[in-house]
Ligand binder design. Sequence first.
Ligand code: NAP
Length: 326
Amino acid sequence: MKKRILVYGHLNDSQLAQLNQDFEVIIFPDLTSIDDTAFRASLSGAHGLVGASLVITPELLDAAPHLETIATISVGYDNYPVEELTRRGILLCNTPDVLTETTADTGFLLIMAAARRAVELAELVKRGEWTRGIEPKYFGSDVHDKTLGMIGFGRIGAAVARRGALGFGMRILYSNASPKPELEAQLGAEHREMKTLLAEADIICVTVPLTTETEHLIDEQEFAQMKPSTIFVNIARGKVVNEAALIEALKMGQIQAAGLDVFEQEPLSPESPLLHMKNVIALPHIGSATHETRTAMAQRAVDNITLALRGEHPISLVNEEAWKPA
Ligand code: NAP
């Protein structure tokens, strides 16, 4: 009997055909909650899950006694109870590398747009209010030659810094769990304690994963360290930043502007004060959302689950401890 995979993320026709060769595939195209009745009913016979954006709970795992592997279509895995999965021997696979450059592009898009006030001024043009040469009150800040402070210096952090150092002549500071001597040599990056980085950088970009340690890593006192001219960008996860503190820092002029791809609650509430601030650029979590990259991520998830359910080591395994070679 074929193993069963429940798919609740977007896969293209050829990816679905690949899975159908070996597995029984049930698709949930519009799944928004793990409490969906049909999804729940299918879980009891499921060996694999492929998707993203849903929070997977231990209670859901109880309903899936045959589950062997989850392939998330994302690099971040903060929606998954990793220790619990490992305890149950369930593999968790993710999609690193294939989205690094696209997410770094999004980071730089936000840096540029926030520094040069691109969205605010494009809206002014659309409203027909461009009636003469732009006055100093609409001037932005330079990005080239400035100091870029990276909080998190892994794959995506390094890719943002590479753009800054090699493309824009920026000086790179970083704060990270471990030192990165190779990147220091390649990019001239300098390690700083976070407190020092916050005070020294002109532009700050957050790329740490969301964990119990990084939740609200950037809070009231961190914003208080920043310069009033700081451009603050978050492309990691919303909960890494205390959003109320960010809103207050923007209101008080503690920082100049924010470029945000991620929020504490997603989708962002239409009531959020962030939406009424001209110096905030809010994107709907599109870090990796290009045709090319989402296709590559889905393919990685398909390859991961195919390998894992065949008993072979998947390409990208989060919980190596759960791997038991046949
Ligand atoms: P990565 O290569 O694992 O990089 C994460 C970096 O953060 C690592 O260098 C790690 O240090 C560091 N770090 C972890 N915990 C830390 C802490 N407590 N304090 C300081 N540094 C810490 O991951 P990545 O591929 O760059 O992805 C990073 C995150 O970006 C993902 O987890 C995801 O949440 C987010 N993301 C968002 C989007 C989007 O659509 N906006 C897209 C993709 C990814 P070590 O090097 O010492 O391990």
